[in-house]
Write a protein that binds this ligand. Structure first.
Ligand code: AMP
Length: 171
């Protein structure tokens, strides 16, 4: 997967000093790069009876619908608060400073459905853990996670231990 790595731009000190930001827009604009990311993300879960693919706002929205299409299933957005119009379920989770909330429509996942959660980057794992809790609150079964990038040194995998985790590129 070194080819993918070569397409990801590293931007120092964004959005604040000390953060090295992994910018996937350079990968997205590359036709071959985009195709291979979606093929790889979806391919790992082909034949596993996925009923719903969850994308986490905002960059999860870029990949999850294409993965859902590849798996011939539906896409569900997990959003920041007050964006979804119908009845929602929510989870509150810890950030470095303070807390955040993720929401999903209550009728987006039915009890027993097999769910794949997709995001661009696995960093500390807090967001991924919260998304899994949200799916499970609705009775869904989390089959696994797909990330384009995993920041190994942050050990986010530990927060979602026990689930299948796919990441295409590691730093
Ligand atoms: P976390 O909850 O710490 O795993 O962070 C997850 C979210 O933060 C992901 O959805 C990413 O979009 C974003 N993120 C965290 N660190 C980075 C980074 N170094 N470069 C790009 N995005 C990041």
């Amino acid at each position: 997967m070194n080819h993918l790595k070569s397409l990801i731009r590293e931007v120092p000190d964004f959005p604040k000093p000390g953060i090295l930001f992994y910018d996937i827009t350079t990968l997205l604009k590359d036709a071959q790069g985009l195709r291979s990311v979606i093929d790889e993300l979806g391919g790992h879960y082909t034949g596993q009876g996925i009923d719903r693919v969850i994308g986490i706002e905002a960059r999860g929205f870029i990949f999850a619908p294409a993965v859902a299409y590849a798996l011939n299933t539906g896409f569900v957005p997990v959003r920041k608060p007050k964006k979804l119009p119908a009845r929602t379920e929510f989870v509150e989770y810890q950030l470095e400073y303070g807390t955040d909330i993720l929401e999903v429509h209550r009728d987006a996942i039915e009890a027993g459905q097999r769910v794949l959660i997709v995001d661009d980057v696995l960093a500390t794992g807090g967001t991924a853990r919260a998304a899994a809790n949200l799916v499970e609150k609705l009775g869904g079964k989390v089959v696994g996670f797909s990330f384009v990038i995993e920041l190994d040194f942050l050990k986010g995998r530990g927060k979602i231990a026990g689930y299948d985790i796919q990441a295409l590129v590691h730093y």
